[in-house]
Each structure stands twice: as C-alpha cells, then as structure tokens.
Design a binder for this molecule. Structure first.
Ligand code: ITT
Length: 190
C-alpha cells in the first residue's frame, strides 16, 4: 500500500510512519515535488482535513490522506481547536503555549483533549477516521519530547505529559494513533 501524506509537519509524518509500521509506504509532499502552501480555511477538523486531502487529490491525482488535529481546552470553550497551530497569530509554539497558559490562568477546570481527523482519498472516494485522547493541562511546560502542545498535556491515567514520554509511549495512546489505527484497519480490509 502506498499513499501520499498531505502534511508539512515532520512530527506528524514521523508519528504516523511509526504507528503504521513498514507495511505501508508513506510518501511525503517533497517526494511528489509539491511545495504548495495547501489551503486550510475550514472551521472544523473534518473540513480542514478534507480540504487538504482534496487539494492534493484534485491537483496531483494521488491516493492520499491528511491529518487535521488540535487541542480542545474545556474551560476555554474548546479553544484553540482548529486554531492550534496559530493560536497566538503565528506558528510560534512558544507564544501559542504562553497564550494558552495565560488564558487558562489558575482555572480549576484543566480538562482538555487532543483530536485528530484523518481524511483519506482513494480513487475519488473520501473516508474519515477520528481519534481523541482525554487529559488535562499542566501549570507549566514539562518535558522536551514530541511537538506542539505536548509539554502541557497530561493524558488521563498518567502523571507525565506527552513531552515526558517516549515516542512509543505517546504513540500507544495518542489521538493520532487511534485515528491512524482505524485508517490502517480500513486499508487492510479493502
Ligand atoms: P499540516 O496541516 O501540514 O499537516 P500543521 O502543523 O499545520 O500541519 P494542523 O493544521 O493540523 O497541522 O495543526 C495542528 C496543530 O495542533 C499542530 O501544529 C500542533 O500545534 C497541535 N497538535 C496536533 N497534534 C499534536 C500532538 O500530537 N501533540 C501536540 N500538539 C499537537
């Protein structure tokens, strides 16, 4: 099985490749010579995942998939959500994390979830796969692994953040691994 992954995020690529193993060959945008800034203007994860995979399939004709994901913090009305990558206006994660910690302050309710929606395009048909992981937001950054908001996110049942886990530990429970496992099941069955 060979699919293009419509992402510019090297961390996502690394995680997905580790989750699916060697049985799947995942091509990158670089592999197919795509340097486009793929538009992402929806207001749901589904819409954005679909926009990215549809763009690639329509322009290049490759079977492909896209991952749209983000962090939903309950006390912030599920922000940053689809704005996770640019919460503070740019892709600077230091600023994004500072803003989140500032807005949450010392709020008692620190419940949060990571969500991933994958859109798969095969022969002109689209399929969606979702994953989520529940947890809470720490009071400060902890750990240096992972990417994005990982230093803040403590999954339920653990007392460490995703950034304090090994890649394998994160991949065993993450939102992305849940969605990717469903994608892999689907591909094997079809
Ligand atoms: P592509 O659209 O090119 O795939 P992106 O980084 O722009 O890459 P998104 O639009 O889906 O991806 O934004 C997701 C953001 O949510 C991402 O930049 C992180 O800040 C955050 N995020 C998603 N998954 C995460 C994870 O597993 N750990 C920490 N933060 C994550």
């Amino acid at each position: 099985i060979q699919l293009v992954f419509a992402t510019n995020n090297a961390h996502k690529l690394e995680e997905v490749q580790a989750i699916v193993g060697q049985g799947f060959r995942i091509l990158t945008l670089a592999d197919i010579g795509c340097t486009d800034d793929i538009p992402e203007t929806g207001d749901t994860f589904e819409a954005n995942a679909s926009q990215k995979s549809t763009y690639l399939y329509t322009k290049y004709g490759y079977d492909c998939f896209a991952d749209d994901s983000g962090l939903e913090v309950e006390a912030l009305g599920n922000e940053p959500g689809v704005y996770s990558a640019r919460y503070a206006g740019t892709r600077d994660m230091e600023k994004n994390i500072d803003l989140l910690l500032q807005r949450l302050g010392d709020h008692q309710n620190r419940k949060a979830r990571f969500r991933t929606v994958i859109s798969l395009q095969i022969a002109g048909n689209e399929y969606f796969f979702e994953g989520a992981v529940e947890g809470k937001i720490g009071h400060s950054r902890q750990g240096i692994g992972g990417f994005g908001y990982d230093p803040l996110f403590i999954p339920n049942g653990y007392d460490r953040t995703f950034a304090q886990m090994t890649a394998d530990e994160k991949n065993a429970i993450s939102h992305r691994s849940v969605a990717v496992a469903k994608l892999a099941e689907f591909l094997k069955a079809n």
